[in-house]
Design a protein. Structure first.
Length: 428
């Protein structure tokens, strides 16, 4: 097993399709004044037309190294070209941005934009820093806190899931508006806040990045970072997001720290196992079971997913490491027990505002859990996301998650930040 699998650099792909001219190919607003039930459809992906393949973007200081779904290239006058790929058809481009610093934007002629589009394809031109942005996930707000760029947040969706104290305070005093659900953002709030961009996540079923006819000029920031299959691939999106607020240098520096730390942690695991000889026998690693069943289905990370790499680089034996999928696997309870009932450790996330779970909580949910070795050994770790900032922090700080997994494997409970060992309560 290679401990640096998740550091594999992206493959270069041609881009035969460019979509999304910057001045409003937007969907209609529902009469309710909210962005469509289940999200209105902006066909960034499905309306793609075929072009002659473009050459990959040139290697410049902005070039990406780990992300597979976006590329960047420095242009003249401080401009940056950003190309976002369709996550489900990576030979097609979902969106392309031309980031223009405020000073350069004043002198940028339409002829120059036409020249850029002739060379690279159609672009959405954004003047940076982009003010009063509408963010639709707490992890993006937390990243802006790290980059010192919270003044560019105008609206925050899913505010009830925000834990960062700085953002919570800004929501309380009204300096950041509450935009309602990310699945149905409040267009009236967005309008009142004079937002100048909205971040939206594409989903395969709808290919949606949604904006209303009431806000036809509001650009969409296409957030496909969650579709990356490696921890550093997703984390590298901070370099694009940082350039939206003229924090490119800070984002590059933060990403370099994250990458270096992950390399250090993975190498430490490898060296430790080499010294003990454990790496020569794969089965000597402790087996890790993750997550919980939802109804009759137990979703676990695929063998080529972000979490699979993290578990393995932390020194665990992951039961589905031989799987080739980058997303989740939908398994039956029987399939999970067949592979993982002898797991030495079990981790999962749950949401319970009323308090932390114990082993009795699991036992009450399903008596079959008693047959999992980790439960008998008391090696169950839960993350209560009602009180933890796990979902805010870890997408762009996978080094913290890798460190957490190493602490769990080594029994260093006092060093845990996101997870805690479930209290064992004997059955009555």
């Amino acid at each position: 097993m290679s401990f640096n699998i998740f550091f594999h650099k992206k493959q270069t792909t041609p881009f035969p399709c460019i979509t999304g001219k910057g001045k409003g190919i937007w969907s209609a607003l529902l009469p309710s004044g909210r962005l469509g039930g289940g999200l209105l459809l902006f066909l960034l992906l499905t309306a793609c037309h075929t072009r002659t393949p473009n050459e990959p973007l040139a290697e410049t200081s902005a070039a990406t190294h780990y992300a597979a779904l976006f590329q960047m290239q420095d242009l003249a006058n401080g401009m940056t070209l950003v190309r976002i790929l369709n996550p489900w058809q990576t030979d097609r481009t979902a969106m392309q941005y031309l980031l223009v610093p405020e000073g350069a934007a004043e002198t940028l002629a339409d002829e120059k934009v036409d020249e850029i589009e002739e060379q690279f394809g159609r672009v959405q031109t954004l003047t940076t820093p982009v003010p009063r942005q509408t963010l639709t996930a707490s992890c993006y707000a937390d990243l802006y806190v790290q980059l010192g760029a919270t003044q560019f947040i105008g609206v925050m969706c899913d505010a009830e899931y925000v834990h960062n104290e700085q953002i919570v305070k800004a929501l309380a005093d009204g300096s950041i508006a509450d935009g309602g659900s990310s699945m149905n953002p409040n267009a009236e709030v967005i309008t009142a806040a004079h937002s100048e961009a909205i971040w939206l996540t594409p989903y395969e079923a709808g290919s949606q990045a949604v904006i209303s006819a009431v806000l036809p000029q509001l650009p969409v920031i296409y957030c496909a970072d969650y579709q990356e299959n490696t921890p550093l691939g997703r984390a590298e999106w901070m370099r694009f997001f940082g350039r939206l607020v003229n924090r490119g240098r800070e984002a590059d520096s933060l990403f370099a720290v994250v990458a270096a730390r992950m390399t250090e942690l993975a190498d430490t695991t490898r060296i430790s196992e080499d010294e003990t000889g454990a790496s020569a026998i794969k089965n000597e690693r402790p087996m890790l079971l993750c997550d919980l069943p939802y109804g009759a289905t137990w979703y676990v990370p695929g063998g080529r997913s972000t979490m699979s790499w993290l578990y393995q680089d932390a020194g665990f034996r992951y039961p589905w490491s031989d799987d080739t999928h980058g997303g989740s696997l939908a398994l039956s309870m029987e399939a999970v027990f067949d592979r993982a009932r002898t797991a030495d450790c079990w981790i999962f996330k749950y949401f319970d505002p009323d308090g932390d779970w114990t082993s009795a909580t699991l036992r009450d949910q399903n008596r079959l859990f008693e047959h999992i070795k980790a439960m008998a050994d008391g090696n169950i770790f839960g993350c209560n996301t009602a009180h933890s900032d796990y979902f805010e922090v870890t997408p762009f700080r996978p080094d913290l998650m890798l460190a957490e997994m190493r602490h769990i494997r080594r029994g260093e409970d006092d060093s845990l930040r996101f997870f805690s060992r479930l209290k064992s309560i004997e059955k009555e």
